[in-house]
Design a protein. Structure first.
Lengths: 354, 354
DNA sequence: CTGTTAGCGCGTTCAT
DNA sequence: ATGAACGCGCTAACAG
């Protein structure tokens, strides 16, 4: 009575078309809603003939299941939320690709949100995602504060950290690498080359994910080697190319410049290389440079950048896989995983092996 | 009676917690569901005292609105679908950032899907997105085929193309740039430098978005200048760095090599530069190179890459803005928009002005 | 300004 | 193997 009446609506682009429901299909096929629901959801308890008939009228009527209604009834949305600092960073883009591939494989969709590492925005996004009844949440980058823990604890769905970790909440699952050790390794490459004045182009030290741990690794390596860290050796940037350029200019034009530089990410490392070259230094003859991440850029500059190869795609993929296990109540053996990284020694360092 | 009973559930991470509804809040606050709904949705028709009371019990009970239920009742999900070729391409990552920023500004979330330019996957993703009742759809890259048009036509929601266009369906809104003209301009830079043997490192010619139109622009410029296009001048890659390297190696080691090369995207252009350098050619003295897109990489290599600066972020932002207009039934003046690009002439060409 | 009452479209018992 | 009926949590008239 209602379906019959609404056929006179004006049609603009994608507006006001009759919306055909499971009920319409049922009536048309001469079965009940339940039966239609069964065939749509692949329930085997349907006689083949009936199934065929229903499938046929579904096709004929152009019926499209309403996932929102299904979500309300079943309490599952097959959608997961992803909160990420900034998709325009190659690092996160690659990681997100890993997430999406696995999500897709398990028939989930992802709602992607950029947080710009702003705590308030992060919290607000997480809240919005939970309101949308995502079946799970992936949280990347940024510090996990007490407020995060609070909202995480109140969530009805599993939440996995990717590319970061929470050392306070010992239960919170995560997938990342050992940042400190990796940074230490990178520094040790430089030490092993024989340098004793090794500069650091770091990130913000109040960043508990990149800036601080990678600084920590540098510091530990230096101390263990009995090397000095004077303030002429350390500059902090914002992880972008330009800040790497600036940092290197300062470091290299000091009275007693470093002969090797560890930049805590590749973008800055490439900035360092270019700044050094502009100052007439040869890489790696005059200055050795090592980066961190192994984004595509590392292989698209000359000299090829030596760096710490972080399995970005895998971090995303493994984190998403872990999340699916939680969502499907699969048994999970390890929920705090540190993935392997490796040193990718190319042409910006003299050492090619470690 | 039910809410009271379910308090004995075991609690694992994010599982089986009591879900508190608008009804619970209403009962607790001594008002009706409608009133709670009103304050949640900011409806002004609520006495301040009442509003305060409701807000208070919402806070106290930790009530979180269920967007799925809201979506079913209101027929709006405040979610838009985004189908993109590959988020790990800098070009699309930047574009997506533009989309998300504007979406966020208008309180929409985005469901992101990678299609890898595979038609079947595209269609299937679009279908899934429509089932999820997105309020609108942004489709990027890839060819718009008859099957696309069919499913677009059957959609109940507005669909806007970004970074691409459909020349068959004259009604389909889009936001992009004039690819042919831009490629023509890039080629003309090289022509104006005085080259008569200008190589092209192109994309797949069956790609109607990048490969073909940019080839077309090259061809038109050459023809208008009365220059020859022999097959020793053209190589096709897959838009990635490595294929640029390979293409340039072939072009430059031929008997009569080009003295300038137009690569249809920056990744390949940088590959061209490096291949040329490895062959002992100086850029731009021996070979001029111009790229296309102006991804960050263009400013992170030496020599700095001359390129066509495509407003990637803006394409995304404007497309999303256009989509919001459709979704909110705002009046829209122009629904097929070509954004401005500009030539960014840096150090890989000799010409610095055009 | 507030409450009542229908649905929104579908999954899911529980019968049959 | 199939159908009837209820409920998921909320918005949207409509009354008052």
């Amino acid at each position: 009575m209602k379906n019959e009446l609404r056929k006179l609506g004006v049609e603009k682009m994608g507006k006001k078309k009759e919306t055909i429901t499971i009920y319409d299909v049922a009536r048309e096929a001469g079965v009940s809603m339940a039966t239609v629901s069964r065939v749509v959801n692949g329930n085997p308890n349907v006689k083949p003939v009936t199934r065929k008939k229903v499938l046929e009228t579904i096709r004929r009527m152009g019926y499209r299941p309403n996932a929102v209604a299904r979500g309300l009834a079943s309490k599952k949305t097959t959608t997961v939320g992803v909160v990420i600092p900034d998709i325009s960073y190659a690092f996160f883009a690659e990681l997100t690709r890993g997430i999406e591939d696995i999500a897709n494989m398990y028939h989930y969709n992802i709602i992607l949100c950029n947080s710009d590492l702003k705590k308030d925005k992060e919290l607000q996004l997480i809240e919005a995602l939970l309101e949308k009844q995502v079946d799970g949440l992936l949280f990347l980058g940024g510090e996990v504060t007490e407020e995060h823990r609070e909202i995480f604890a109140g969530a009805q769905v599993p939440i996995v950290l990717a590319g970061t970790r929470d050392d306070v909440d010992e239960e919170r699952p995560f997938v990342t690498i050992d940042q400190v050790q990796a940074a230490k390794d990178a520094t040790q490459v430089l030490i092993k080359e024989g340098h004793d004045r090794i500069g650091l182009v770091g990130g913000p030290l109040d960043d508990p994910i990149i800036g601080y741990p990678r600084y920590q690794g540098y510091k530990e390596a230096m101390e263990e080697a009995g090397l000095n860290i004077d303030e002429n050796l350390v500059r902090l940037g914002n992880l972008r190319y330009d800040s790497g350029v600036k940092a290197a200019e300062e470091l290299l034009s000091s009275n007693h410049p470093p002969t090797a530089i560890f930049a805590v990410n590749d973008e800055m490392a490439v900035g360092v290389i270019h700044a050094a070259q502009d100052l007439g230094r040869k890489i790696p003859e005059d200055v050795s440079v090592i980066g961190f991440d192994n984004i595509p850029l590392a292989a698209q500059v000359r000299p090829l950048l030596s760096t710490v190869a972080v399995p970005m795609y895998d971090i995303g993929a493994v984190a998403m896989r872990l999340l699916t296990k939680y969502m499907n109540d699969e048994s999970i053996e390890d929920n705090r995983v540190l993935l392997q990284y490796r040193l990718e020694l190319a042409d910006s360092t003299r050492l090619k092996e470690f």
